[in-house]
Design a protein around this ligand. Sequence first.
Ligand code: RRO
Length: 287
Amino acid sequence: MLASGILGYTAQTLQSVVDGGAGAVVTKSIGLKPRKGYANPTVVQTDCGLINAMGLPNPGIGTYVNEIREAKSVLDVPLVVSIYGYSEGEYAMVAKKAVGAGADAVELNVSCPHVKETGSEIGQDPESLVKVIEKVKASVVKPVFVKLSPNVTSIADVADAAVKAGADAITAINTVRAIAIDSDTALPILGNRVGGLSGPATKPIAMRCIYDIYERVRVPIIGCGGVANWRDAVEFMLAGASAVQIGTAIATEGPGVFQLVSRGIEEYLGRKGFRNVNEIVGLAHKT
Ligand code: RRO
């Protein structure tokens, strides 16, 4: 699946990812009202991944429903709409509009690492998290994924609370809080100063999160964080992921990365004598 945040605004960019072999796509996070996002620079490249602080730029669901309808008319894979809000009522309203326009599922972003009063401020507080999920579940009939932050003491506890509140799947993980400083200016590089790290450096963190969550809950886990090739994807599945999302690797490998990963997984299954991916999900937990 395409991870939220990359190439996820328009039907055309989503289609380009499907052409590259993605089996499902997730949009950029959409809220109730338009949001401009932070001042540039919003992305910085490090030697182990990207740090971004976009600041949730989006046109708001009122406008974005047209893009959802357009995407549904051209895409032949499931469309997941990522959603954020500042209250449970906002999350529910956006979810309802997204599903009304054709979303096949919603992914609740309760894990943006740096936007105040939404994102991880909700995901790090089990009481708020439960309220958001219960309200969204009561408002839509489509599956509700919940995307969690690694910036917590126990992601398994958060996943457990999410599943008890009705989450149909857990996406793990959003980016890891990070900062880059320029030695010449002696200042942080990003406009927002603090951002979220994605890419290769986050893979072992995501692996541990998936592993911990798999030990606690019984809903599908969608692994996200540093997947760039089939071996990464297989390792995520062995840790407990039923599916994987790819984002940052599109910047380094191109959209064809999805096809390479899918083919590589199939070849691995064949070589090892497995009939399908279900046979490897969580295999690393066997003693
Ligand atoms: O827009 C962003 O800056 C952003 C979001 Br909403 C998120 O969930 N994760 C991230 O790394 N950046």
